[in-house]
Design a binder for this molecule. Sequence first.
Ligand code: PMP
Length: 407
Amino acid sequence: IKVLDIQAIREEFPILHQQVNGKPLAYFDNAATTQKPQQVIDALDGYYKGYNANIHRGIHTLAEKATKAFEETRVALKHFLNAKEAEEIIFTKGTTEAINLVASTYGRQNFGPGDEIIISGLEHHSNIVPWQMVAEEKGAEIKVIPVKENGELDYEHYLTLLSNKTKLVAVNHASNSLGTINPIKEMISAAHKAGAKVLIDGAQASAHLEIDVQALDCDFYAVSAHKFYGPTGTGALYGKRELLEAMPPYQGGGEMIKDVSFEKATYNDIPYKFEAGTPNIADVAAFKEAIDFVDRLGKANIAAYENHLLEYATKALSHIEHIKLVGTAQKKVSVLSFTINGIHHFDIGQMLDARGVAVRTGHHCTQPLMERYGIEGTVRASFAVYNTEQEIDRLVEGLERIVNFMK
Ligand code: PMP
């Protein structure tokens, strides 16, 4: 593990060096979206200034450059996720679209009446609603793995849900609301023994955890670039080749076909079969810079530093009067969710914002999870590699002031 130069890293993020409401910005909303380093911003600028062109069919120089940049990101993602082949990486708008793609292709093709889809009580709405939609259409049923008080999944209960009716297990690698890291390797292996396929929602894992889709043996894995220092509007679905090849296309249009007549179309090979239309070329090109940024720092080094911040913040916050940490799992990514008795989370968020401290408040797109705890929402501080102890001190000081003020 290498000690990172956090001040130097902060210099790479122009957005961090501003005042918000007269105070230096302390940005703790990283689970919603991370900020972007200069190299990502430069890549966007560089694309539009230097080689904007449509990809794949062009024979002119700019089109070739754009195609090369686009496909280089695919190769970078193959390495980032340790996929066997670059063709197993499909570009999407993000995690949400990746999950919808699987639900409306694999799901529609393979789910029938009485089949079961297992999700967990920790899921983001984007890993709930697509399954509800296809389950309703196909007469399949959704089963939910319960969440224990500490925010961990009830693994024993999960095993009892698996049966020969289970067609798919869809769970997150790490929870956006509580930070819980799920034991997905064991979960995947148990699902496979029952004959089910597994989709992992990696939206929150990608910035913090090593991902090896071959070692995990997951069938699908979804990520969003913007959660790990990349641009918004792009992300990817990893899928095993044999599954992707057997799946029907997602959307129809240009690029995803081989030949089209008015009677019939034949479809392109993977990955293009799932990439209809002109994609988000600029953001995909810049996505590679985000991967390079994370690789340069080293994910293990990032994780070690973030774990330190998480421990530091957890300790400091637990001394605040009337505070309740929500989610105290053994293994967590750097997410701290809490409530303060008697003060609404929105008020806390607003009062912190007045001090330049950006947190998220509300249900974090996990309403069923909030219901599990009998709350409407939490305040969530989520840390990235550019956060500092000094910033956490300002969060703690702000919270102490709020508690005292409300007394
Ligand atoms: N799943 C999880 C666990 C998430 O945190 C998010 C983003 N908050 C999503 C899915 C959806 O990702 P996106 O909005 O980038 O599609």
